[in-house]
Ligand binder design. Structure first.
Ligand SMILES: Nc1ncnc2c1ncn2[C@@H]1O[C@H](COP(=O)(O)OP(=O)(O)OP(=O)(O)O)[C@@H](O)[C@H]1O
Ligand SMILES: [Mg+2]
Length: 252
């Protein structure tokens, strides 16, 4: 099992946003998370990426416990940064560093990490980064700044940047919802290629047909709980729960 999440809970003030989330993934799995606005999808990804601290629950990657409440109070910033490396996160709004070129955006995190860990070999870093940009169809844009790129190109740089740290699990939070349909297609294409290469991925998306075709499994969240989980074709084409049927009816 590459990821195991058990009884994860998170509140903001009096609002219980994640009520009791448990799921697991095998290496190479692609998992889609669907659900209405406010159901807790982003909060779940942020907890996995240590951008939020869960209140309760356990997160294990490759059998290693990354988080349980007893650990959280004693984690140093450096430990948290190291735990974060198990996950890559691609945001809806790309979040590239505007002052750096595409290539520099991809190289930045690994080179900062190498400063902290002198044993890390970064001699091949720019080749690695160029290779990733090429994989994203962006060889010609390596020296361009974000403002010189389309939204779809920026998002593909963001995917290359997340891959540069070689995460165990790559997470996407609505990667195409800021893009028009034409640019959406080019981003979905590279995510599909990553799935074909058995990249372990969690994809929060409103693109239902993409979720059904690309992911092995799907989770439907509502009100901070997992209402339904199963093979993506079953959950999306033939949901069992009334709430899932109701949600999906908006997409038909
Ligand atoms: N930092 C925060 N402080 C207080 N409340 C928050 C915070 N982050 C999220 N919330 C609340 O948690 C709930 C779940 O938010 P979340 O962003 O996880 O939903 P989502 O499923 O990603 O929604 P969307 O589809 O709109 O992106 C919402 O009610 C939101 O207002
Ligand atoms: Mg969200």
């Amino acid at each position: 099992m590459i990821l195991e999440v058990k009884n994860l809970k998170k509140s903001f003030g009096n609002t219980e946003v994640l009520k009791d989330i448990s799921f697991s993934m095998e290496k190479g799995d692609v998992l889609s998370i669907i659900g209405s606005s406010g159901s807790g999808k982003t909060t779940l990804l942020r907890c996995l990426n240590f951008l939020e601290t869960p209140d309760e629950g356990v997160i294990k990657v490759n059998e290693e416990t990354l988080f349980d409440p007893a650990l959280s109070s004693s984690m140093s910033e450096k430990e948290i940064r190291n735990k974060r490396l198990h996950f890559g996160l691609v945001f809806q709004s790309f979040n590239l560093f505007p002052q750096y070129t595409a290539l520099e955006n991809v190289c930045l995190a690994p080179s900062l990490l190498a400063k902290e860990n002198p044993s890390m070999d970064v001699s091949g870093l720019s080749d690695l980064a160029m290779g990733l940009l090429e994989q994203m169809g962006l060889s010609a844009k390596a020296d361009n700044y974000p403002h010189e790129l389309s939204g779809g190109q920026q998002q593909r740089v963001a995917i290359a940047r997340a891959l540069a740290l070689n995460p165990d699990i790559l997470c996407f939070d609505e990667p195409t919802s800021a893009l028009d349909p034409e640019l959406t297609g080019e981003v979905l294409r590279v995510i599909r290629e990553l799935a074909d290469k058995n990249t372990t991925m969690i994809i929060v998306t409103h693109e239902m047909s993409f979720a059904r075709d690309v992911s092995d499994r799907a989770i439907f969240m509502d009100g901070g709980v997992i209402v339904e989980e199963g093979p993506s074709k079953q959950v999306i084409d033939d949901p069992k729960m009334e709430r899932t049927k109701q949600f999906l009816s908006y997409y038909k």
